[in-house]
Design a protein around this ligand. Sequence first.
Ligand code: AMP
Length: 280
Amino acid sequence: MKVFYKNKSLQESLTNLKRSASIGFIPTMGALHKGHLSLIKKASTENKIIVVSIFVNPTQFDKKEDLINYPKTLENDLALLRTVNCDIVFAPTVDEIYNGNAIASHFDFDGLEFQMEGKHRKGHFDGVGTIVKRFFEIVKPHKAYFGEKDFQQLQIIKKLVDKHNIPVQIIGCKIFREDDGLAMSSRNVRLTKVQRKEAPFIHKTLKKAKEKFKEYSISEIVKWVENEFEKNDVLNLEYFEISNIKNLKSAKRKSKKAIYRGFIAVFAGNIRLIDNIALN
Ligand code: AMP
């Protein structure tokens, strides 16, 4: 496994490999866990060369405090990556990527960017679009892997490559969970014991919402989820929405042809956790 910190040396190494090998790329912000590793494992069944980036992208954080508190564990991450089939790690500095000007470009994702996470984290998807586009330009992967854990991000990346004609195939990967159902996340290590014990309530509630989906109306299910969280002293609901996966708009009524998912964001103290579930 080779580790690169500079664009130039990474690109030189990739140019030598590129002609003969398919490149699978997994962008991450580090603090790696089994969820990240599941993306890498999937990628290694479909590609010759696996490239993982580790970069905490400042332009996608709407709150400075969240950026400062985001876990940074490079040595651990590299040790973990050595246990799986990872060929190349790209771990640039902020300056290497942004050249002293860490500002996001503006993107039009046909409205996907204004829903859910876009409403609650201003500028978040401009930051995501900026960094992923930049990484695609540097790595030039054949396939790139993104988790359904960040389902809105996955849909936005598909839109990004479509609108900008970027020659990469985007592969969505299933949400990887702890045994108790909590979606794995780099933020989970920041949870207190009490918060960690309570956090599986998020997935449990989503599963119950899924059970209710056939029988109840969307507004009844939303109300029910909101009530469940009102009774919870540890977790504060930021939003629960049922959305059509095509436009990610909050749905009011069910349509037979549409595919819906339930999307949730919850605060445990100041730690923000997100999750989602397929409903039909
Ligand atoms: P992050 O480091 O949080 O930016 O995540 C990097 C990639 O891993 C993104 O595509 C995430 O959606 C994906 N990912 C993070 N957690 C999980 C998980 N529990 N299951 C599946 N994919 C995940």
